[in-house]
Design a protein around this ligand. Structure first.
Ligand SMILES: NC(=O)c1ccc[n+]([C@@H]2O[C@H](COP(=O)([O-])OP(=O)(O)OC[C@H]3O[C@@H](n4cnc5c(N)ncnc54)[C@H](OP(=O)(O)O)[C@@H]3O)[C@@H](O)[C@H]2O)c1
Length: 315
């Protein structure tokens, strides 16, 4: 779907939510405040894309050493000076530092009209940057929906990552373009929805880790070590992810709940009760959720769903 916003071409492929832009002129002087994993990675990518990285600001030698592996850019502990040199200022400190750092820059007159000041947190409101707005700058957040363990991985993984973007309408084309130059894809997130948006990302990533750990624990109760359990599950996990990618979540559901096989679920519950009673509660809760998914898939009817639910609710 194609539309226009502020006279610029915006292409949205899923409803109005995903944005690709063309014809946006970017001012390209960039400062990065907080030279950690994300800050260093975006500095590296933007430099390759032709942006001029004018400063990296951080506090410790370890941060400066990390930056120097990737670039020979000016590094400083002076956050005000770093911000004042740029058109685009990224505050990529830990979330709980963002507001404080922004206020420090504002009180030192490091912001000016025409600048765009970003943070990249998933949950934090753009209100954390209000001191920059009061100084005349525009503010935005662009959160990469990805988990970055280190700078090298972040540089590799940013390409193709979706970014939850929150920004005033007038600067959205620049923000979308910036995300595109980072190799990402923008989706709009209302400021008030950010905690929900982040809860979903957390469920998809962190709770996936937690559920696999849970499966490892069940294997461990029958003396299969964690590493062997994970190796054994790996083809199953990959196959499931492929099915989800190709068919969507509900159509990818297989197994006893999708088949309405109450006998198998009864056996699972009994075995867990005997061997690993602490795991029963989570197994039952996830099972009950899977019943809803099976109903959505259409592979069981309401009668069978209720039977499964009764079983999963029993003490
Ligand atoms: N990592 C991820 O997977 C991920 C994913 C999506 C979004 N994000 C977001 O990206 C942002 C950065 O996360 P990150 O993982 O890159 O964090 P990080 O690796 O911990 O880096 C934060 C950096 O900020 C610097 N810093 C902290 N306080 C500062 C201050 N007062 N002045 C100047 N520099 C300061 C720290 O260096 P010094 O101690 O040397 O100052 C550190 O290098 C966060 O908003 C996070 O929510 C992260």
């Amino acid at each position: 779907m194609t539309g226009t916003e502020d006279g610029l071409k915006l292409k949205s492929s899923v409803g109005q939510k995903i944005f690709l832009v063309s014809g946006v002129k970017m001012r390209k002087k960039v400062s990065i405040i907080g030279a950690g994993v994300v800050g260093t990675a975006i500095g590296h990518i933007l430099k390759k894309k032709g942006y001029e990285i004018v400063a990296f600001a951080s506090r410790s030698k370890s941060s400066f050493d990390r930056v120097r592996v990737y670039t020979d850019i000016f590094v400083t502990t002076d956050v005000v000076k770093a911000a004042s040199l740029a058109d685009l200022v990224f505050i990529t400190t830990q979330d709980d530092q963002i507001e404080r750092v922004c206020e420090k820059i504002a009180s030192g007159n490091g912001f000016k009209p025409g600048q765009i000041v970003f943070h990249m947190s998933g949950t934090l409101s753009i209100e954390a940057l209000k001191s920059a707005k009061e100084a005349g700058a525009s503010i935005a957040s662009a959160h990469p929906m990805q988990s970055f363990a280190d700078v090298d991985l972040a540089i590799e993984q940013l390409s193709g990552t979706y970014f939850g973007v929150t920004a005033d309408k007038k600067i959205r084309p620049q923000v979308f373009k910036l995300v595109e130059d980072l190799g990402g894809i923008s989706i709009m997130v209302k400021d008030e929805d950010k905690p929900l948006y982040h809860a979903a990302a957390c469920a998809a990533s962190n709770y996936l880790v937690a559920i696999l750990r849970f499966a490892q624990e069940i294997y461990s109760s029958m003396d299969i070590p964690h590493d062997v359990g994970l190796k054994a599950m790996w083809p199953l996990i990959q196959g499931t992810l492929k099915n989800i990618e190709w068919k969507g979540t509900s159509q990818a559901l297989t197994g006893p709940i999708a088949r309405g096989d109450t006998g198998t679920i009864e056996k699972h519950l009994l075995a867990l009760k005997l061997k690993l009673p602490g795991a029963l509660d989570l197994y039952k809760k996830m099972g009950a959720y899977a019943v809803d998914v099976a109903l959505e898939k259409g592979s069981i009817d309401m009668g069978r769903a209720n039977e499964l639910r009764r079983l999963l609710e029993e003490e």
